[in-house]
Design a protein around this ligand. Structure first.
Ligand SMILES: [Zn+2]
Length: 459
């Protein structure tokens, strides 16, 4: 995620108090978000079918099918879901009891579910989703704005419109089908499998064949100019831009293919089957988010940050999306890496002096903050230090072990944890194994200690 400066100021002025009642609900075990996700099962696949009845209000009818596997005998289980109106709910084809409380949908199947069996949950529902209350960005999730609808939010977003195990630890594959009225088009994550003209409506079917964390789901409905491109290895890329946007906005995405090609030399193979971007003209949206294989950007952030924000969100496809956080307090593994990738792009395009200048700016942010990248709170999850001191941690590692070993570490890490989850200790483990060095002091200082001097980085 990238926040605009104005937005950051607003956010940090807000007093953020997570709901105490929500925390009393048992979640998947995240130290910062105790109610997020649910234990007891592993979701394998979501089939989401949304029929958007009105783009103006966001009203929909929906069917979400969830294929899951219990990891313990389940007499009942929870999904995260805001209170849309459920008209039918079945487990393995048989009607099941359910109840809502505080964003949790508790399902009691007719008989207990055995460990290891594949279970099909089917939920039909309708209504007008509301934005989820997001402890970090205020609101997030399913959002209706003047020009259409989009979904974006971190750390929670998906439960605003689908029943879901809403934590990065439970990744799954997805089929997302969107039916929207003419003249709007609809976009979501992954490969566009089909586009069907039904007369008054159009149905778009997207497939995400690689595991995806639920906060990385996006969709957008509206009128866009579509810019198709081809990336390395014939990678299909589509970028969706508001029709009245300045030409410089499309220009920011021109070098996406080259970015992916360059990052592949540093990080290893691009992990997904497609790429692209969605630009949303909603002045109330002050961020970009690395939604899987189809990042979503506010128009304002593309206008102000240009291709650097594109480099940031693309780098997240390796670090954040393919390799996801084990817990939200590992967030520097996402943001430090994506921020360092911005600097690497600057180094590639403009050379070493520009690169060092970019890192000096990072050091200024780090010096202004007391937040430790290795120990954020819920409130400081997107503090500048997570991004920029996190990036400087990687630069310190690069200076210590040299370029060859450093990029070997980055590639080994993205390969070893591809499509999975990693914690800070996992990355440190890879760095020590690949380099053959004890790096405890370096990571302790940069992630958990007093900010080291700029001279230690030659800045
Ligand atoms: Zn980011």
């Amino acid at each position: 995620m990238t926040l605009t400066v104005r937005w950051v100021v607003l956010l940090f002025a807000m007093v953020i108090v997570p709901s105490v009642s929500a925390q009393s609900v048992v979640g998947i075990g995240d130290p910062l978000l105790p109610s997020a996700g649910n234990p007891g099962y592993d979701v394998l696949h979501y089939t989401i079918d949304l029929n958007i009845l009105s783009v103006e209000t966001g009203e929909m009818t929906a069917v979400t099918e969830i294929e899951l596997m219990p990891t313990t005998v389940l007499r009942r289980f929870n999904l995260d879901f805001s209170s849309l109106d459920i008209s039918a709910l079945s487990v393995n084809g048989a009607p099941a009891d359910f109840a809502f409380a505080r964003g949790e949908l508790t399902i009691t199947p007719a008989s207990p579910l055995a460990v290891g069996e594949t279970v099909a949950v089917r939920i039909e529902y309708q209504g007008t989703p509301r934005q989820s209350v997001n402890p970090i960005i205020g609101v997030g999730g399913y959002t209706v704005y003047d020009d259409g609808i989009y979904v974006a939010g971190q750390p929670n977003s998906a439960a605003s419109f689908i029943p879901v195990n809403d934590h990065p630890r439970d990744k799954a594959t997805y089929d997302i089908t969107l039916t929207v009225p003419e003249p709007y088009l609809a976009v979501s994550n992954g490969v566009l499998e089909s586009e069907t003209d039904n007369g008054d409506t159009t149905t778009y079917a997207y497939v995400m064949n690689d595991p995806m964390a639920s906060y990385l789901i996006t969709l957008a409905v509206g009128e866009f100019d579509v810019y198709p491109q081809t990336g390395p290895g014939d990678l299909p890329m589509r970028t969706y831009i508001p029709p009245d946007a300045d030409a410089s906005v499309a220009g920011a995405f021109k070098r996406q293919g080259e970015m992916i090609e360059y990052f592949e030399t540093l990080f290893g193979p691009y992990p997904f089957e497609s790429s692209g971007g969605i630009v949303v003209d909603n002045p109330r949206m002050g961020f970009a988010l690395e939604t899987q294989a189809m990042p979503i950007y506010s128009l304002g952030i593309v206008e102000s940050a240009g291709e650097l924000v594109v480099a940031h969100e693309l780098a997240h496809q390796w670090y954040g999306n393919s390799v996801s956080v084990e817990s939200w307090d590992d967030i520097w593994l996402n943001e430090g890496f994506a921020s360092y990738a911005e600097a690497l792009w600057v180094e590639y395009v403009d050379g070493g002096a520009a690169f060092r200048g970019y890192l000096r700016d990072f050091y200024m942010t780090a010096r202004r903050s007391r937040v430790l990248p290795g120990a954020p709170s819920l409130r400081t999850l997107f503090d500048g230090a997570i991004y920029h001191r996190g990036a400087l941690t990687l630069h310190a590692l690069r200076l210590r072990v040299g370029d060859e070993v450093f990029f070997d570490i980055l590639r080994t890490y993205s390969d070893e944890f591809r499509y999975g989850n990693a914690a800070t200790d996992d990355f440190i483990g890879v760095a020590e194994t690949v380099s053959g060095e004890d790096l405890t002091a370096l990571f302790d200082a940069w992630l958990f200690g007093e900010l080291p001097s700029p001279a230690s980085l030659g800045l």
